[in-house]
Design a protein around this ligand. Structure first.
Ligand code: ATP
Ligand code: LTN
Length: 327
């Protein structure tokens, strides 16, 4: 059976871009493949975190994933740091990736230009991501467009390791959702909606109140003429609304554009579609948040399942590398 792996960082608040660009596909995929989904808390450490905040954000993110419909009986849901093999294989991946490859990562360039403190981890982050993926003999890695380069690196590193040390890792392939692959900031539709660089008015949070969602969409930046048409280069604001409306209702942006001649009704319908999509998730989240012990229990089951697979792969990698077996 095809093996799928993906991860999400427990930083900031889950937003509509995460939901439409990634998480809703995870929920669908879990029934089609042998899927593992991971709250990648070690990845959050590339920038300094407040410990209490990190703990609660990690738990809350797991609850959001469960609320969205990830079913621990169907897929494997776990927290990255609960499976120690991630950090261990990451070192091996750092030693397999080249400095030049890591230097070419555009996300590192973007983030390091903006950050005051640039950690070593921010630079080597793609090696940890490669470890996440390769530990599980992953075939497919569903990600947003922004992660394309990182998955490409994981492929290159897997191939290099296999050719140096013999067949060890499955070479993964990235997959990208057709609709809503990139949800843009409502106030700045040329940059992506993001957890860490959010503009409050331009980011719709999964747990936003319906009234807030309505207001944010009503105030979304549109374009100077008044034509409703999907054209990302010429009309980024309107195209973003069409991507959102399409992804929230299972259609392409072009299909979503049909019948609209004005921005007002497009915004009203987009807000209604987003609220209808998010409300049931919010209700289920409230139930889970009231019983944290149950989430901890489910995460322990996930970590045990993931740990077994990870241990087998790491043992194989260690042996092929020539690390002396501990007896
Ligand atoms: P950060 O801003 O800290 O990089 P993020 O909001 O991009 O965070 P991640 O945790 O990096 O979120 O990503 C989780 C998943 O959501 C990834 O698959 C990513 O590609 C996807 N994703 C993130 N932002 C968007 C977006 N605006 N549109 C579509 N998908 C997105
Ligand atoms: N880097 C990704 C999150 C991530 C991931 C992964 C995604 C970490 N490890 C493994 C897919 C597979 C991000 O920032 N969205």
């Amino acid at each position: 059976m095809t093996r799928v792996f993906s991860g999400i960082k427990p930083t900031g608040n889950v937003h509509l871009g995460n939901v439409l660009g990634a998480l809703q596909h995870w929920v669908e995929d879990q029934h089609r493949a042998d899927s593992l989904y991971c709250v990648v808390d070690l990845h959050a450490l590339t920038v300094p975190q407040d410990p209490d905040e990190l703990r609660s954000t990690t738990l809350r993110l797991a609850q959001i994933l469960l609320a969205m419909g990830l079913d621990p009986e169907v897929c494997t849901l776990f927290v990255q740091s609960h499976v120690h093999q991630h950090a261990e294989l990451a070192w091996i991946m750092e030693c397999t990736a080249s400095y030049g490859e890591l230097s070419r990562m555009t996300q590192f360039k973007d983030k390091s230009d903006k950050a005051g403190f640039v950690s070593g981890g921010l630079f080597t982050y793609p090696a940890l991501m490669a470890a996440d993926i390769l530990l599980y003999d992953t075939d497919l890695v569903p990600v947003g467009d922004d992660q394309r380069q990182h998955v490409e690196l994981a492929r290159d590193v897997a191939e290099r390791f296999n050719s140096r040390y013999g067949d060890t890792f499955v070479v993964p392939t990235a997959t990208f959702p057709a609709a809503g692959a990139r949800v843009m900031d409502l106030q700045d539709p040329t940059s992506k909606m993001s957890k860490s660089e959010d503009t409050a008015a331009g980011t719709i949070l999964l747990l936003d109140d319906p009234k807030v969602i309505e207001k944010k969409i009503k105030r979304a930046v549109t374009d100077t003429d008044s034509e409703v048409r999907f054209d990302v280069a010429a009309k980024p604001g309107v195209s973003n609304l069409l991507s959102i409306l399409g992804a929230a209702t299972g259609r392409t942006p072009e299909q979503a554009a049909e019948g609209y001649t004005q921005y007002g009704p497009l915004k009203a319908d987009t807000a209604a579609a987003v609220i209808e999509r998010l409300s049931p998730i919010q209700a289920r989240f409230a139930e889970l948040a009231a019983d944290p012990a149950e989430t901890h229990r489910l995460l322990a089951v996930g970590a045990a399942k993931a740990g077994e697979l990870a241990a087998a792969t790491l043992t194989r990698a260690r042996a092929n590398l020539g690390l002396l077996a501990a007896t």
